[in-house]
Design a protein around this ligand. Structure first.
Ligand SMILES: Nc1nc2c(c(=O)[nH]1)N[C@H]1C(S)=C(S)[C@@H](COP(=O)(O)OP(=O)(O)OC[C@H]3O[C@@H](n4cnc5c(=O)[nH]c(N)nc54)[C@H](O)[C@@H]3O)O[C@H]1N2
Ligand SMILES: Nc1nc2c(c(=O)[nH]1)N[C@H]1C(S)=C(S)[C@@H](COP(=O)(O)OP(=O)(O)OC[C@H]3O[C@@H](n4cnc5c(=O)[nH]c(N)nc54)[C@H](O)[C@@H]3O)O[C@H]1N2
Ligand SMILES: [Mo]
Length: 758
């Protein structure tokens, strides 16, 4: 008996704090794993965990079904690369054989083509954001690590922009995490008067930082919301201001709000004079965006924009939480910049109840092992010279350029891929058929995953079975350590097959390829070392054994005033100028406007009017659904029952005009490609806007390509409508949430009993 594991009747209960998967993001849920005879039986929320207080998402409630699924990969497997695409050719092998193959292939490609011919791929949200860089730089000793989402269109832009213009880690709403005993009722806690929810649906996405339930807790205590979204979400319908924007036009809205606040003298003079660099230039820039200019762009009236701006400026304190819709657009950098300035000029940065700031460099954890890499290899990082904005805060290559190199061998060939927790052809990549072609050019592809997926079916040669979150010891740290609101221990309850955790794979592979860079004697020693990196003292076991299984460091407010926001301890912000940069010289040096500006999406009614005649809807994609984490869980029956088909949402007025009915299978298409989804007619979508779900494939259809791609991925994947190589000037932000499309009735659909329709 201990405070992290005990017996309850027939069940062994293990207390844990879990990352995604199965999904949310760099945050932690307090969970109780109930297991019996070494098998996970069910999961409950831990009512004693102070942050989540017993709440769980349905993906956790169905975790046993996920972990024990007959579809799990539970042994290492290999297949001859000439048999790619043939699901019958997989052969079970031992871990020893798997390691031997990887070592042999690594040495072969390193010697023949150089270390840079090996590239690693990463996906999102799991606890591999130190693991994969460490494998890349220390085990393979290559410079090429990439997240396969074009324009690195998630999280990286928001956290990098914070680093550039605030010198701060990821900004977050103050949700009383530092008061584990009383939370919001602690007398020291200050409730935000309003929270701006910018392009984010934290109830479904739960969250990309802030917990959805935390927002509800605050609303119950009186916090009002401003929701900026193109869909009338549950939160939007309860907001004081629901700003229903045309997808991709948010920057114009925020610039206009700044215009009103500055011109009506509603800004915080003291903060602006003392702490902002380029305030006068910014003041001049926003003159170009009065509400009357932003109104026709965004589709929101000038009066409402002005009223909302006044309201935000008068709320003390006001906070902000931003989501993916900020990143997934070509104008995303400017959007994030303007949102931060909106919070800065109203004096809400790092104050109680305002926008909390992390002290250091948000992306530091991705650099593990980079320092020790050979300089000659460092210089070969793909896209680093062309896109310093992406590659200064992050240790990655540029995603689109990485694929260009794979396709052309320019400037050198990429021969071997090591993929850990990504599903490129089903989920993150634009023009996924092109990415598939690229991976087919690579000679050897190793994948570490829990389930078979279209990428592995089509491109994989060796598969390593990975442990699920109830099957491993680990650490949860909010915002990857960029803003540590709490750090929790992930605790192993069960073992499934021969699965190993990503960290175990890293350590074992590292010891074989380059032992001096992997000095830890075991996983726990490594986790303790990792913990110290988050500023937490003691061992990993101490964390696991602690009262709640987590620590909640005290937040230091207004760090800029006393030197806590800079590297050298000087007052100010950790930027080039030591101030909040309304004017960012770095961006100017890198070839972009130093001040924020609005830019139309590359494909839109205004920028491509001719094309818009043919594709007369604005397309946004990928708003999260309760049941799935991206491409995962489609093979978990009870979750599939919640959300059985890829849905395309359309306004009733538009559907009537096209003569479409609820539940029709439709083709969603444009000049780049098409997919087939099931129509859901709903007034929550703005008229003229279509929203399609992302990351769809059909596990039940089998791995063999029958003209629909492995597991039907080409039938369902919306990313066929998004182009490769289109992103913002500085390399961030592809238009996943602001494209154009048309919709027409399809002949049948994939749910027909006979399989694929003709
Ligand atoms: N159209 C459109 N496309 C989008 C988006 C959108 O909004 N619209 N969103 C984008 C965003 S924000 C993101 S972050 C990307 C996500 O893109 P990915 O992260 O590539 O997508 P996932 O489906 O999460 O695929 C991850 C794979 O990792 C496996 N996996 C799960 N847990 C673990 C683990 O612990 N270890 C290992 N080794 N593997 C694991 C899963 O089984 C799955 O096969 O998708 C992007 N794609
Ligand atoms: N259940 C579940 N949770 C997840 C994930 C998942 O796949 N499933 N994925 C995780 C990941 S990696 C991420 S990045 C987060 C993302 O989660 P969020 O940041 O919440 O982002 P989304 O759900 O993609 O979109 C949020 C809202 O943006 C709106 N929107 C679309 N286009 C625009 C636009 O141009 N402007 C504005 N203002 N709004 C727009 C959509 O209607 C939607 O309501 O979720 C994480 N959590
Ligand atoms: Mo993401």
């Amino acid at each position: 008996m201990s405070n992290w594991q005990w017996q309850e009747g027939e069940w062994t209960v293990t207390r844990s704090c879990a990352w995604s998967p199965p999904g949310e993001h760099p945050i932690g849920w307090g969970l109780l794993f109930y297991s019996k005879n070494g098998r996970l039986d069910h999961v409950e929320g831990d009512p004693n965990q102070p942050i989540t207080q017993g709440r769980v998402s349905i993906k956790f409630l169905e975790l046993a079904e996920y972990c024990n699924s007959p579809e799990r990969i539970i042994h290492p497997m290999k297949r001859d690369p000439k048999d790619r695409g043939d699901g019958s050719k997989w052969q079970r092998i031992s871990w020893d054989e798997a390691w031997d193959i990887i070592v042999e292939k690594t040495r072969y490609f390193q010697e023949k083509y150089g270390n840079e011919s090996i590239m690693t791929l990463i996906g999102t949200g799991r606890d591999v954001w130190h693991t994969v860089p460490k494998i890349t730089f220390s085990a393979f000793e290559t410079c090429n690590f990439e997240y396969t989402h074009n324009g690195w269109s998630c999280y990286g832009p928001r956290s990098s922009i914070c680093a550039y213009i605030l010198g701060a880690g990821y900004p977050e709403v103050d949700f009383a995490s530092e008061f584990p005993e009383k939370r919001y009722d602690d007398p020291r806690y200050v409730l935000p008067e309003t929270v701006l929810v910018a392009g984010k649906a934290p109830l479904e996405s739960n969250p990309d930082g802030l917990f959805g339930h935390a927002l509800i807790d605050m609303m119950k205590r009186g916090t009002e919301l401003i929701v900026v979204d193109c869909r009338a979400t549950w939160l939007a319908t309860r907001a004081k201001y629901f700003m229903q924007v045309r997808p991709g036009t948010d920057t114009a809205l925020y610039l206009a709000m700044c215009n009103v606040i500055i011109n009506e003298d509603l800004y915080d003079h003291e903060f602006c004079e003392e702490w902002i660099y380029g305030f006068e230039e910014f003041k001049e820039r926003v003159q170009e965006y009065p509400p009357e200019v932003a109104a026709p762009i965004t589709g929101i009236s000038a009066e409402k924009i002005a009223e909302c701006a006044r309201y935000f400026a008068n709320c003390k304190p006001a906070s902000m939480t931003w989501g993916l819709a900020v990143d997934e657009k070509v104008n995303g950098l400017q959007c994030a910049h303007t949102i931060l300035l909106l919070c800065a000029i109203t004096g809400n940065l790092d104050i109680p109840g305002g926008v909390l700031l992390g002290a250091g460099d948000a992306a530091a954890s991705q650099w593990w092992g980079w320092e020790e890499l050979d300089d000659a290899i460092k210089e070969k990082r793909i896209g680093a010279a062309e896109f310093p904005c992406v590659c200064t805060t992050m240790s990655t290559c540029h995603p689109d350029r990485a694929m260009d190199t794979i396709l052309t061998d320019d400037p050198y060939p990429v021969k071997m891929i090591f993929c850990m927790s990504a599903n490129p052809i089903s989920c993150p990549s634009a023009d996924p058929r092109m990415w598939e072609k690229g991976f087919h050019r690579c000679e050897y592809v190793v994948v570490a995953d829990l389930f078979m997926n279209p990428f592995i079916a089509s491109c994989g040669d060796l598969v390593l079975p990975v442990a699920a979150l109830s099957e491993k010891d680990g650490i949860v740290a909010t915002h990857y350590g960029g803003l540590t609101l709490f750090v929790g221990a992930l605790v192993k309850a069960c073992q499934v097959g021969e699965c190993k955790s990503d960290d175990e794979i890293m350590l074992e592979l590292g010891k074989r390829l380059n032992p001096s860079k992997f000095p830890w004697k075991d996983l726990h020693e490594f986790l303790t070392w990792e913990l110290h990196g988050y500023g937490v003292e003691g061992t990993w076991e101490d964390l696991r054994d602690s009262k709640y299984g987590l620590v909640t460091p005290e937040h230091e407010f207004e760090k800029y005033a006393f030197g806590g926001q800079t590297w050298n301890g000087e007052p100010g912000f950790g930027t080039e100028t030591g101030l909040v940069e309304a004017y960012c010289q770095r961006w100017e040096r890198w070839g972009d406007d130093p001040l924020p500006y609005y830019e139309e999406p590359p494909y839109s009614p205004i920028s491509t009017p001719q094309l818009f005649k043919e594709y007369p809807f604005v397309l946004t994609t990928g708003a999260r659904s309760w049941a799935y984490f991206h491409s995962e869980q489609k093979q978990i029956p009870r979750l599939r029952a919640v959300d059985p088909w890829p849905e395309t949402e359309m306004n009733p007025i538009d559907a009537e005009r096209l003569g479409l009915q609820e539940g029709d299978w439709v083709y969603v298409y444009n000049m780049f490609g098409r997919c087939r989804q099931k129509l859901h007619i709903t007034p929550i979508v703005k008229e003229g806007v279509v929203h399609s779900k992302h990351a769809w494939w059909y596990p039940e259809k089998g791995p063999d390509d029958m003209g629909y791609g492995p597991y039907g991925v080409w039938d369902a994947n919306i990313n066929q409508l998004v182009p490769h190589g289109v992103f913002g000037k500085l390399g961030f932000g592809s238009p996943f949430k602001s494209m154009i499309c048309n919709v027409e009735k399809a002949e049948g659909g994939p749910d027909f009993a006979t399989g694929w329709p003709k």
